[in-house]
Design a protein around this ligand. Structure first.
Ligand SMILES: [Zn+2]
Ligand SMILES: [Zn+2]
Length: 137
């Protein structure tokens, strides 16, 4: 895919992401729900360049990952793996929502009741996700 631009709510943090994957996943895990106030819509990108990042803050959310947000307006911007540096950008941070399609759900065994996504989505449990993303031992 192409490069796409995005920003936080106040506009202090602006970025351009390359090779944006427009087929994205939603994560139901407890950390994503607490961080974003809802399940997290995020997608992989090739790389990210921040044109403006003076207000970008990064939080060490686990041994293997960090979460980036705007310290001024609080917008959640990305999840980043420490080892590979791979970014998962918040879908809602992109300027153009039109190209994106939800294709799958992660940590489905952590989804609380009360809501459900429509459509024929792939589903992975915590064990299945961790098997896929676990670093080689
Ligand atoms: Zn902001
Ligand atoms: Zn999650």
């Amino acid at each position: 895919m192409t490069s796409m631009t995005g920003k936080c709510l106040c506009g202090e943090v602006r970025f351009t992401a390359s090779d944006v994957e427009t087929s994205y996943h939603v994560c139901h895990c407890g950390m994503c729900r607490r961080w974003s106030g809802a399940p997290l819509f995020a997608t992989t990108v090739g790389d990210v360049h921040f044109e403006s990042d003076a207000d970008l803050a990064v939080y060490d959310s686990s041994e293997w990952a960090q979460r980036g947000f705007c310290r001024h307006c609080g917008s959640n911007l990305f999840y980043r793996l420490k080892d590979s540096g791979a970014y998962f950008m918040s879908v809602g941070a992109f300027d153009d929502p039109a190209p994106f399609t939800l294709v799958g759900e992660l940590y489905v065994d952590h989804q609380p009741g009360g809501y459900r996504f429509a459509g024929d989505l792939s589903q992975m449990t915590q064990a299945e996700v961790e098997k896929l993303f676990a670093p080689p031992q």
